[in-house]
Design a protein around this ligand. Structure first.
Ligand SMILES: [Zn+2]
Ligand SMILES: [Zn+2]
Length: 167
């Protein structure tokens, strides 16, 4: 959605509210697409001393298998939105500030701003909880339910040390 900012022109301190729902089901994170629900963003764009500043929040509920234990996870997430809108990018060396967005004919491209913010805010791992213990790599037991009966594998460095000490 394009948000027309022309009413902010010559109106220092003025603001325009916005609310947008995005369909980001195609986004892939860690081998799955956890963004099954609409991504809702809302906030405002304010003319702060001639600079257009967008602020607000973006939130949704993610669904997918945990990257470590494969349990189904339902996880509400909320990220702050913050962007500065500019008529022209000062330098074109490809090393742009991700929070600086170009206006298109006096409009803010909300889809682009929200999608970029959302992707950059997502964790690279999708976990049921921060300290998920995952599955035992030998028996496959979910270690969140307690330890399995596998013997801990001897540290190969210790085995080498033992060999040396025998001599
Ligand atoms: Zn997990
Ligand atoms: Zn095990």
């Amino acid at each position: 959605m394009l948000l027309n900012l022309s009413v902010l022109k010559d109106n220092p301190g003025g603001s325009i509210p916005f609310a947008v729902d995005l369909d980001l089901r195609e986004l892939v994170f860690g081998g799955c697409c956890p963004v099954t629900e609409p991504v809702a963003a809302s906030g405002e764009v304010r003319n702060t001393a001639g600079v257009y500043v967008l602020s607000g929040t973006v939130h949704t509920t993610l669904h997918g298998p945990c990257d470590r234990c494969a349990r189904p996870v339902e996880k509400p997430v909320e990220f702050p939105l913050h962007a500065v809108l500019t008529e022209a990018l000062a330098n074109d060396d490809g090393d742009e500030d991700p929070w600086l967005f170009l206006m298109e004919e006096g409009c803010a491209d909300l889809d682009d701003i929200v999608t970029t913010t959302f992707v950059l805010s997502m964790d690279s791992k999708f976990l049921c909880k921060e300290d998920c213990k995952g599955l035992c790599c030998r028996c496959g037991k979910d270690l969140n339910d307690g330890p399995c009966d596998c013997q801990p594998e001897a540290d190969p460095r210790l085995a080498v040390l033992k060999q040396l000490l025998k001599k």
